[in-house]
Ligand binder design. Structure first.
Ligand code: NDP
Length: 264
């Protein structure tokens, strides 16, 4: 199927590793020129360099902390100088948390609010004029199954991701008038390097292998009994970015191996 994405410009936050990197690679494979951003400059530049070399596209890696308004302004300025408009924005940068509500300080709530919600608000507002130059565009927010089905140890993550999901719906209603389609995805377990290093740490001096530890999590959580690969998720993201999904607007899609324990 031709995804009709050749020569589109995509901005992907958190594009240097994990899901964001797989999405950037998936889009580049379709001829998209991806702009990746992340805090670690060296890593994001290297990821972009490899994508440019492998897929023969103009990939750019820019350092930015999307939890900070000033970094977002600078990022959008750099993108605007380099490209005449943007077609796709993937709000993907994010991180798990670990706390109790009684013990977590206000500053921690604020950081995750800025990272998961305000980054998407500010970037969506900022890319709108750049998308208008292209006659429209696509915005995809990467929340989590935890937006709907909370994990007990990360109330801040659950709450801010739920807010991102609702923001997606509100944004979709407003932005479709500018021919910008907005959707949200809620992944379940996706096997990123971070999961692997955590599993290695937790099983270091135990009888269990890191693979066995992850297998146990997958089997006890998901009907399918395994993690998704980042590429499996990226394939779905590429479809949602493509004009092939032109009637998909304002929805949240679960890509979770059946983990969601209710009807959406
Ligand atoms: P990773 O930890 O593998 O990658 C996170 C990416 O985001 C990195 O590129 C990181 O680079 C960047 N990043 C983190 N904080 C910031 C920041 N403040 N500003 C800019 N970039 C930032 O995460 P995953 O690939 O696992 O997750 C990606 C998204 O998917 C997240 O939003 C996560 O909540 C969501 N998700 C993941 C699931 C999973 O099982 N993996 C399941 C459900 C949802 P750097 O550190 O250099 O900034």
């Amino acid at each position: 199927m031709d995804m009709q994405l050749k020569d589109k410009i995509a901005l992907i936050t958190g594009g240097s590793i994990g899901i964001g990197l797989a999405v950037a690679r998936g889009l580049a494979k379709e001829g998209v020129h991806p702009v990746l951003c992340a805090r670690n400059k060296k890593r994001v530049e290297e990821a972009a360099r490899q994508i440019a070399e492998e897929f023969k596209v103009q990939a750019v890696g820019l350092a930015a902390d999307v939890s900070r308004a000033e970094d977002i302004d600078r990022l959008l300025e750099q993108v605007g100088q380099r490209f005449d408009g943007i077609d796709i924005l993937i709000n993907n940068a994010g991180a798990g948390s670990n706390e109790t509500i009684l013990e977590a300080a206000d500053e921690k709530w604020q950081y995750y609010w800025d990272l998961h919600v305000m980054a998407a608000v500010r970037l969506s507002r900022g890319v709108q004029p750049l998308m208008l130059k292209k006659g429209g565009g696509v915005i995809l927010n990467n929340a989590s199954i935890c937006a709907k089905q909370p994990l007990y140890y990360e109330p801040i993550y659950n709450t801010t991701k739920a807010a991102l999901m609702m923001f997606s719906k509100c944004l979709a209603n407003e932005f479709i008038k500018s021919n910008i389609r907005v959707n949200c995805i809620n992944p379940g377990l996706v096997l990123t390097p971070d999961w692997i290093s955590t599993a290695k740490k937790l099983t270091q001096e135990t009888e269990m292998t890191w693979e066995g530890y992850l297998d146990q999590i997958a089997k006890s959580s998901t009907p399918v009994g395994r993690f998704a690969s980042p590429e499996e998720l990226a394939d779905f993201v590429v479809f949602l970015c493509s004009p092939r999904s032109s009637y998909c607007i304002g929805s949240t899609y679960y890509v979770d191996g059946g983990w969601l324990n209710s009807v959406a």
